[in-house]
Ligand binder design. Structure first.
Ligand code: Z5A
Length: 212
């Protein structure tokens, strides 16, 4: 029997914007509706892809080149897609993913300044036509995000970047949202958490109604 493909939802935003916090609201929403889903993240999501995540986030004596970083992001994604995301979608499960390829366009593209056309080539090579059905972009001034995240202790390789890097990342996310309004919903994450939750759930209802 052919089961209907599950939906692919992604959550994006700058550092400390509240993705982990808000993803919990999304999963509660899906549970209440009896929707079968998996929760995963990028970079990572499978045993090997999580090892690649370690390489990407740790600070190394030998600096990682920008191209190596880009290729590692897509290597992790290729593993994640084939081993976890695609099988789940084919079984009819929804996939909720903390970051996906929009993060590559934002961080490696706008942040590092790598050629967006090259990222698009890798996107097609690794994903074929697969794209998220719905993407929630939590938008916040990176200075506030950094303040929210700072208590976590030592900074990873990305967290050590300057504020201007994260400002480029934020602008890139807003550009993606403007270019693909049918897929991307932007939520103002500077509001108190309860208000962000209300906006997020309303956006989710609207977004899902438009897809289904
Ligand atoms: N990366 C990349 O470069 N290219 C790629 O293609 C991909 C990723 C996929 C790891 O991502 C890094 O990988 C990321 C980009 C890069 N690096 N950076 N930066 P990650 O998603 O694992 O790491 P992260 O961005 O650092 O996520 P995070 O710091 O865990 O942030 P978060 O999940 O968005 O935030 P949170 O933990 O939910 O919230 C932070 C704190 O704020 C917490 O105490 C909350 O209680 C509080 N909070 C949340 N919402 C609010 C509101 N509304 N008001 C007040 N306080 C709040």
């Amino acid at each position: 029997m052919n089961k209907k493909r599950g939906l692919f939802l992604t959550l994006e935003g700058v550092e400390g914007v509240g993705k982990s916090t808000n993803i919990e609201f999304i999963t509660q929403y899906l549970e209440q509706r009896g929707i079968e889903f998996i929760l995963t993240r990028e970079p990572g999501g499978t045993h090997l892809a999580e090892k690649i995540r370690g390489l990407l986030l740790e600070v190394h004596d030998e600096p990682l080149t920008e191209l190596s970083e880009l290729l590692l992001v897509f290597a992790a994604r290729a593993q994640h897609l084939e081993r976890l995301i695609k099988p789940a979608l084919e079984q009819g499960k929804w996939v909720v993913c903390d970051r996906f390829t929009d993060a590559t366009f934002a961080y490696q593209g706008a942040g590092r300044g790598l050629d967006l056309a090259k990222i698009s080539v890798l996107q097609s090579m690794v994903q074929g036509k697969l794209r998220p059905d719905l993407t929630i972009i939590l938008d916040l001034d990176p200075a506030i995000g950094m303040q929210r995240a700072i208590h976590r202790g030592s900074l990873d390789r990305f967290e050590q970047e300057k504020q201007s890097f994260f400002e480029r990342v934020r602008t890139a996310y807003l550009k993606i949202a403007a270019a693909e309004p049918q897929r991307c919903l932007v939520i103002d994450a500077s509001k108190p958490l309860q208000d962000v939750k209300t906006d997020l759930l309303a956006a989710l209802e609207r977004g899902l109604a438009a897809i289904n």
